[in-house]
Design a protein. Structure first.
Length: 368
C-alpha cells in the first residue's frame, strides 16, 4: 500500500499552526500589524530602537468602574403650594374697593404681627371704626403720658366730625352718636362712639346720660368720657352739667364742669384732683348762620385757644344734627388738659347743638 505524504507548503510561508520562524540573518525587521487581542505572543525579537510603534488596538480597560453605592435619598417632602395665583406678566390685581394690600417685606413697613392686636372687649356699634381713610402714625411711648394720648403731643389743632346717620335723618329715630377725630392733614387720630341705651336716647334727648368711648386705630380704648344725667338750665344751679374724663379707662385725669351763669355758658376744666387749670367761655347766643366760638382761657383769663362749632351748610344744619367742631390749643399744653378739651367738645355738642327727632329744638343759651 502506497503511503500518502502530506503536501508541502509552497513558498516561504510557514505551515498552518506554526509559531512563525526567525527571519534569515541580515534581513530587515518585519513591519506590520500587531497580533490581534488574545493571540499568542509572537516568537521573534523586539523591534529595533527608534522603530515606529506597532499599529493595533488599545489594550482593554483595566476592569469596570464599581457600581454606585446605593440609591440617592428621596426628596424630603413636597414643596409648599403657591400662595394664590400670580398676576399675568406686566400686570397686577387691584385691591378691593376701600382696602389695600400690605406692601412686600422690606418696603419700610413693619412686618405682620408687629402691631398690637385689637383690644378684646368693647367693639364699636354698627358703622364703628371706619375702614377707609388714612390714620395718623402712632408715636413712640412717652414716660408719664397715659397710653394712647401720645398723639396729642404732636398736634395743636383737631377736627371733630359727627357722622351722619341715615336712619336718624329720614325717620327721626335717635341713634348713638359717632365722631371722627382728625388732625389738620385730614388723618384719623381717634374714633368716638356713644354708648347709651335706646330708651334713654328717645326719652331724654340731648340731656341723656351717656358713656363715650374714644378708640385709636387699633380699636383700643384710650379715653373714656362719662356724663351723668343733669339739668342744663341756669334755673337749677345746684344740678349743672358735668363730664368725667378718664385715661386709661378707670383712671380719672380731669373734669369738665358747667359754672352757673345767667348769661354766658362757662365751663371749668379741672385736673384729676379737682384743681382749676382752664376755663371755657361761650357766646350769649349759641346759634346762627355761621361759626359759633367758645374761647379757651387760662386761669388768669388769658386766651390760649378756642372751640369752634363750624357751619356745615343750610341743608345739613336743617335736616341732621351732624356737627363739625374745631379745637385749637397750644402745642406744649399738657396732654391731659388736651384730653379734657376734647371731652368738652362732646358736652357742648349735646348741650347746645343736639336735636331730638329731627325737631329744631336746639338751645340758644344757658337760660333755655
Amino acid at each position: 500500500m502506497e503511503e500518502k505524504v502530506p503536501p508541502q507548503p509552497q513558498g516561504d510561508y510557514p505551515p498552518p499552526g506554526a509559531q512563525g520562524y526567525a527571519p534569515p540573518p541580515g534581513a530587515p525587521p518585519a513591519v506590520g500589524y500587531a497580533p490581534p487581542p488574545g493571540a499568542p505572543p509572537a516568537v521573534g525579537y523586539a523591534p529595533p530602537p527608534g522603530a515606529p510603534p506597532a499599529v493595533g488596538y488599545a489594550p482593554p480597560p483595566q476592569g469596570y468602574a464599581p457600581p454606585p453605592q446605593g440609591y440617592a435619598p428621596p426628596p424630603q417632602g413636597y414643596a409648599p403650594p403657591p400662595q394664590g395665583y400670580a398676576p399675568p406678566p406686566g400686570q397686577a390685581y387691584a385691591p378691593p374697593p376701600g382696602q389695600a394690600y400690605a406692601p412686600p417685606p422690606g418696603q419700610g413697613y413693619a412686618p405682620p404681627g408687629a402691631y398690637a392686636p385689637p383690644q378684646v372687649g368693647y367693639a364699636p356699634q354698627v358703622g364703628g371704626v371706619p375702614a377707609g381713610g388714612q390714620w395718623m402714625a402712632a408715636p413712640a411711648a412717652i414716660p408719664g403720658c397715659p397710653q394712647g394720648l401720645e398723639y396729642l403731643t404732636q398736634v395743636n389743632q383737631l377736627l371733630i366730625q359727627q357722622k351722619v346717620e341715615l336712619l336718624e335723618a329720614f325717620t327721626g329715630f335717635e341713634t348713638a352718636n359717632k365722631y371722627q377725630i382728625k388732625n389738620t392733614l385730614g388723618q384719623n387720630v381717634y374714633f368716638a362712639a356713644e354708648d347709651s341705651d335706646c330708651c334713654t336716647r328717645q326719652c331724654c334727648g340731648p340731656l341723656r346720660a351717656f358713656d363715650m368711648k374714644i378708640l385709636d386705630n387699633n380699636q383700643q380704648e384710650v379715653m373714656h368720657l362719662e356724663r351723668p344725667f343733669r339739668c342744663a338750665s341756669c334755673w337749677t344751679p345746684c344740678c349743672l352739667q358735668e363730664l368725667v374724663v378718664s385715661s386709661p379707662p378707670g383712671t380719672v385725669i380731669g373734669y369738665v364742669k358747667q359754672r352757673w351763669s345767667p348769661i354766658y355758658p362757662i365751663f371749668d376744666i379741672e385736673d384729676g384732683n379737682g384743681d382749676l387749670i382752664l376755663k371755657i367761655e361761650g357766646p350769649c347766643c349759641a346759634i346762627g348762620c355761621g361759626d359759633v366760638e367758645f374761647m379757651v382761657k387760662s386761669k388768669d383769663d388769658t386766651e390760649i385757644g378756642k372751640i369752634s362749632k363750624q357751619w356745615s351748610g343750610l341743608a345739613k344744619e336743617m335736616f341732621t344734627d351732624a356737627d363739625n367742631f374745631g379745637i385749637q390749643f397750644p402745642m406744649d399744653l399738657d396732654v391731659k388738659a388736651k384730653a379734657c378739651l376734647v371731652g368738652a367738645v362732646f358736652l357742648i355738642d349735646f348741650m347746645f347743638f343736639e336735636s331730638t327727632n329731627n325737631q329744631n329744638n336746639q338751645r340758644t343759651g344757658v337760660w333755655q
